[in-house]
Design a protein around this ligand. Structure first.
Ligand SMILES: Cc1ncc(COP(=O)(O)O)c(C=O)c1O
Length: 433
């Protein structure tokens, strides 16, 4: 299913999930949580609650002279080459496939990168012409919609449901829309569902992008948080295409395997460093250069001491393994605790649980009022169709971002409420039959 919409830049609050959640809960009395002090438990935001390694502070102090300088627009040579090395190692890319000077751009985070990309890639329609299309999954991270609105593009969403593996199948989009598409985003592992795209899905999307000449943003900011198997990257697929071309047509001039591909990474999830604001975009040289110009004009860049800390974080895998183990443990807890009451699907990646509960908004209100727990209703991360329904209506999103003792208490509290709701529904049904 697809939806089509123009979002008014001056009405961003209408789709901003956190604004909508605040409005939903602000007049409802909050219940006492299961914590000793009864304080609210906030599982609505995907913000890691563990700390980044101590060396972050040390690196920032060592590079403190950089505070007086404007950052180099593209990134420091050390940050760019470390990012390229990390990509090569993580995705087993051909040597020198990623040239740090041409294929990488430092950005404060995926969020800022997305905005700058939308502003750069989406064209300004000429008078009388239709607006460009930005294809996004539904549900999705709200910044995609915000970036499309900022660039005055038409947002066309493609449902990501249980049946589609919780990922959008862009090959189902009608041709007249594909012809107008200039930008498309695939998030893997996805937010909110944690679904991971397999290589074929990525390949199909790259082929579609080449056929219709649009740019694909691969939002891979959760790539390092996975339960069993490390997710694939679009760069890996591009690397394979490059190797195949080289084998079949050695030495001849070949199409650029990175054409139309932009891959986004950041340290926010991988290193629990959302406040550091440090990430990068890798991919198509032409677009990297143009997005860099947009950043030079309208962005602040990544401060030099922040890049120094970021450089060290991309070089260290130990702290990432610790983070991964924590989220895996939290998913196991969710399976054990919630699995007794509702179907729990442990996602392949990310740290959020996309839980099917029936009426997501009703459960959100009850959790707030009766258990002091704040969760995100799936409907607020989704685009509704013309009848007002959306693929997120039956879901809530729980960010399992705290230590396991804390999560255990919160999950038990959620299970208790879901059980109470189930029992009262059964009673009501009994009374009416
Ligand atoms: C899917 C997705 N993309 C991007 C971001 C932005 O992350 P950052 O800008 O911190 O890299 C988030 C944050 O929650 C997200 O969930």
């Amino acid at each position: 299913m697809i939806t089509r919409q123009f979002v008014d830049r001056q009405k961003l609050q209408e789709f901003h999930p956190f604004t909508r959640l605040r409005a939903l809960l602000e007049d409802l009395p909050v219940g006492r949580s299961c914590l000793e002090d009864g304080q609210v438990i906030n599982l609505s935001i995907g913000e890691p609650q563990t700390q980044p390694p101590d060396f972050v502070t040390e690196e920032i102090e060592k590079a403190a002279k950089g505070w007086s300088k404007y950052p180099l627009s593209k990134g420091t040579p050390a940050y760019l080459s470390t990012s390229a090395n990390w990509l090569e190692k993580r995705y087993n890319l051909p040597t020198n496939f990623i040239d740090p000077t041409r294929h990488i751009l430092a950005v404060p985070g995926t969020r800022e990168g997305l905005f700058m990309t939308a502003l750069t890639v989406l064209s300004t329609p000429k008078k009388g012409e239709e607006a460009p299309v930005f294809l996004t999954p539904n549900p999705c991270y709200h910044v995609y919609t915000g970036a499309a609105a900022a660039a005055a593009a038409e947002v066309v969403t493609v449902s990501a449901t249980k049946e589609s593996g919780y990922l959008p199948d862009y090959t189902t989009v009608p041709e007249d829309i594909l012809k107008r598409t200039e930008l498309c985003v695939l998030c893997s592992p996805s937010n909110p569902e944690g679904a991971v795209a397999d290589p074929q899905r990525i390949k199909d999307l790259i082929s579609l992008a080449c056929k219709y000449n649009f740019v694909v943003v691969f939002d891979e900011c959760y790539a390092e948080i996975y339960t069993d198997t490390a997710p694939h990257s679009a760069l890996e697929i591009a690397g394979e295409i490059a190797a195949e071309l080289e084998t079949n047509f050695p030495g001849s001039s070949q199409p650029d395997p990175l054409a139309n591909i932009l891959v986004f990474h950041s340290l926010s999830k991988r290193s629990s460093a959302a406040g550091l604001r440090c990430g990068f975009i890798a991919g198509d040289e032409k677009w990297i250069s143009m997005i860099n110009t947009t950043c030079q004009v309208g962005g602040a860049g990544v401060p030099i001491p922040v890049q120094a800390a970021g450089t060290r974080l991309w070089q260290d895998e130990e702290h990432v393994e610790v983070n991964r183990a924590l989220y895996k443990k939290n998913f196991d807890l969710a399976q054990t605790i919630l699995g007794k009451s509702v179907p729990v699907e442990i996602p392949a990646g990310g740290f959020c649980l996309w839980l099917e509960v029936g009426d997501g908004i009703e459960v959100t209100k009850r959790l707030w009022q009766e258990a002091g727990i704040r969760v995100m209703p799936g409907a607020y991360m989704s685009h509704a169709n013309s009848t007002g329904s959306s693929p997120g209506d039956r879901y809530i999103r729980l960010a399992l971002v705290y230590n396991s003792d804390f999560m255990e208490k919160a999950l038990e509290s959620i299970r208790n409420l879901l059980e109470t709701m189930k029992n009262s529904e059964t009673k009501d049904l009994g009374a009416s039959s």
